[in-house]
Design a protein around this ligand. Structure first.
Ligand SMILES: NC(=O)C1=CN([C@@H]2O[C@H](COP(=O)(O)OP(=O)(O)OC[C@H]3O[C@@H](n4cnc5c(N)ncnc54)[C@H](O)[C@@H]3O)[C@@H](O)[C@H]2O)C=CC1
Ligand SMILES: O=C(O)CCC(=O)C(=O)O
Ligand SMILES: [Mg+2]
Length: 372
């Protein structure tokens, strides 16, 4: 019953997501916000670290292109951990149904608070993380021909945050895997593959060790694969997948992964194509969609230095535009961003350049002028 419902709903109108360069689409039943007064209201959570600087880049570019969006900015932070900002961001996203988000800091120390990023995804049930990893023309890396889509379960698994010390010196950390959530992420992955003319779905797991938890995830994906005869389904143990990703990444097409393996492979993927400043992503649920850089780095070390590469947030923002049906704006902005990167004159330090975040924004604005 559940499968039938999801299958039906997920095959509704595909949402084109990324720039003109790549016609990636997601089909889902997610609610489309309405325009009021000719404009959409979109929640903006700049986040910690480099968040404010890269959000400024998006704001400037959207303003110059007259994008019909009013930002509802929520300055929540994970530094200091006031719950108030977090609650405000949840309320805003529940109301607006669509958001653009930077990354919130989470302290590593035990005395620190639990991750607001994870809590947000769980509370809003934005269960499917989509991360697009593709070589960018002009950004030369060790491997060419990389084009993979990571679909990561975003609400359970190793990120459940359920830990306790049963006796001093013994800690139990619970990884939760449910059939329901494994099924819906599998469905999302196969429907995504189908809509985007992808040929293969690889389920990444560690079922040789976690026979029950990863076994359930793996079997669920494999079983669902039988409903999609035009798509090859294969499986790979996460250790091997990591090794294969750095030696022969071209073999991967769509990957479906439990939460932690998704984080690790998205970081490997970012490293493969040029770093965390380049990778767009989004989190999709039934009602709400939140767009955020795919590799999810805070960048506290370069905060306030005008050094961050805004590409990851800009491309995530173009995915948001496509979700809203604002394709003209998305095309122009993504073309401009890719043109700056292809030309290679304006490069932030992560790409071995000396340009600033503001230089990049200015260069993208100039490119946009040529596209009207
Ligand atoms: N530490 C935290 O509070 C959080 C960590 N994470 C996760 O932990 C992992 C590692 O995070 P961190 O150690 O905090 O990494 P980080 O934020 O320190 O980033 C690693 C390196 O990449 C650089 N970088 C990141 N984004 C950039 C950009 N747009 N332009 C230029 N350089 C950029 C940073 O400057 C830094 O040198 C990731 O998987 C991330 O998803 C996620 C959310 C919060
Ligand atoms: O929110 C955090 O602190 C870490 C989350 C993370 O690694 C991720 O979302 O990929
Ligand atoms: Mg991560």
């Amino acid at each position: 019953m559940l499968r039938t419902t999801l299958a039906k709903t997920l095959t509704r109108s595909p949402i084109p997501l990324v720039g003109a360069r790549s016609a990636t689409t997601v089909s889902s039943d997610i609610f489309k916000p309405l325009k009021y007064g000719g404009k959409y209201t979109v929640t903006l959570i700049p986040g910690d670290g480099i968040g404010a600087e890269v959000a400024e880049s998006v704001k400037a570019i959207f303003k110059a292109d007259n994008v019909p969006i009013d930002w509802e900015q929520v300055d929540v932070t994970g530094v200091g951990a006031s719950e108030e900002g977090f609650r405000e961001s949840v309320q805003s996203l529940k109301k607006n149904k669509v958001g653009l988000k930077g990354i919130l800091f989470t302290p590593v120390e035990r005395s620190g608070h639990a991750s607001f990023n994870v809590a947000l995804r769980q509370e809003l049930d934005i269960f499917a993380s989509l991360v697009l990893i593709k070589n960018i023309p002009g950004v030369k890396t060790r491997h060419d021909g990389i084009d993979m889509c990571l679909i990561r379960e975003n609400t359970e698994g190793e990120y459940s945050g359920l830990e306790h010390q049963s006796v001093p010196g013994v800690v139990e950390s619970l990884k939760i895997v449910t059939k329901y959530k494994s099924e819906r992420i599998s469905r999302f992955a196969f429907e995504f593959a189908l809509k985007n003319n992808r040929k293969k779905v690889t389920v990444v797991h560690k079922a040789n060790i976690m026979k029950l938890a990863d076994g359930l995830f793996r079997h669920t994906v494999q079983d669902m694969g039988k409903e999609y005869p035009t798509i090859t389904t294969n499986d790979m143990i996460v250790d091997n997948a990591s090794m294969q990703a750095v030696s022969y990444p071209q073999q991967f097409d769509v990957l479906v992964l439990p939460n932690l393996y998704g984080s690790i492979l998205s970081n490997i993927g970012a490293g493969l194509v040029g770093g965390p400043g380049l990778i767009p992503g989004c989190n999709i649920g039934r009602e709400i969609a939140v767009f955020e850089p795919g590799c999810r780095h805070v960048g506290l070390d370069i905060k306030g230095q005008n050094q961050a590469n805004p590409t990851a947030l800009l491309l995530s923002a173009t995915m948001l535009l496509r979700h809203l049906g604002l394709d003209d704006h998305a095309d122009r902005i993504s073309k401009a961003v890719y043109a700056v990167l292809a030309e290679g004159k304006v490069r932030t330090p992560d790409l071995n350049g000396t340009s600033t975040t503001s230089d990049f924004t200015k260069a993208a604005l100039e490119k946009m002028e040529t596209l009207y």
